[in-house]
Write a protein that binds this ligand. Structure first.
Ligand code: ATP
Length: 260
């Protein structure tokens, strides 16, 4: 069936995975509409990152189905899923720390056909190589400008302050031209000012790129400040899901997660 405006961006049905005897995720369902800012929360070890790993092809689910914009992507490889349109950032920032800021974003562009050149033209520095490299430089600089990182384009990624490294990781993920962006604890290790700036950045990315965003987060200020819908996971199973304020006021959630 062809995807339409009304096709959910992500539809997860009866998803499950076992590691030996441990059922890390069980009978998990989630539907994310296009353009939604959606949060996945839950206590440590609940299975949130495992779900991200299944959505991105790092782990193959034991059961269930994952559809991206109407397309069944269950069991595909990480590269195939990135091409289909899911990009992610990681709990512990994973940049190419010895590369420049610009080259980190360019690394994200390499999966797209308009920037591809043959190995031979790369070795011989043929005109097609220069043309593709110039186009990539321009696109990467455009993305850096969006994140206010253009002045640092030539810096080594590892020399950026922490908050800017997070932004750069998001810029690199967006360079792969995704339909769905997954952010794994984007505010981890940030101070309150950096967290506030990050919230503005995430909002901006959603509005400017018409992006659908799913994020895992422990920072409740960020979750309640930007997520429209939430799913709460507990021991690998859905505990509650729905509008953010309803979910956060649900007594089961308060007891199990917020510890009150
Ligand atoms: N490759 C693996 N092999 C065995 N067990 C695993 C594997 N990956 C995850 N697990 C287990 O699955 C469970 C869920 O872990 P996961 O990292 O998904 O939780 P989480 O909700 O992301 O936690 P946190 O908030 O601490 O990041 C844990 O018990 C974890 O030890």
């Amino acid at each position: 069936m062809a995807a339409s405006e009304n096709t959910p961006m992500l539809e997860v049905k009866n998803l499950g995975i076992s590691f030996g005897g441990l059922r890390a995720v069980d009978n998990f369902n989630m539907t994310i509409e296009k353009g939604q800012l959606y949060g996945l929360i839950g206590p440590n070890g609940a299975g949130k990152t495992t779900i991200f790993n299944m959505l991105t092809g790092v782990y193959k689910p034991t059961d269930g189905k994952i559809c991206l914009d109407g397309e069944d992507i269950t069991g595909k490889s990480t590269m195939e899923i990135n091409k289909e349109g899911i990009a992610r950032t990681f709990q512990n920032i994973r940049l190419f720390s010895d590369l420049t800021v610009l080259d980190n974003v360019k690394a994200g562009l390499h999966n797209q056909k308009e920037y591809i050149y043959s190995t031979l033209s790369g070795i011989l520095r043929l005109p097609s190589y220069h043309k593709a490299e110039k186009a990539m430089d321009e696109r990467a600089m455009e993305l850096l400008k969006v994140f206010d990182l253009e002045k640092e384009a030539d810096y080594k990624a590892s020399n950026l302050p922490y908050g800017k490294q997070r932004k750069l990781e998001i810029a690199r993920a967006l360079a792969t031209n995704p339909k769905l962006l997954l952010l794994d604890e984007p505010a981890a290790g940030m101070n309150p000012n950096e967290t506030q700036e990050l919230m503005n950045t995430i909002h901006f990315v959603r509005d400017e790129f018409h992006m659908t965003i799913l994020l895992i987060e422990h920072d409740m200020k960020l979750v309640s400040g930007i997520c429209e819908k939430l799913t709460v996971l507990n021991f690998g199973q859905e505990l509650a899901s729905g509008d953010t304020s309803t979910v956060l006021n649900d007594p089961k959630v308060i007891t199990a997660y917020l510890g009150e």
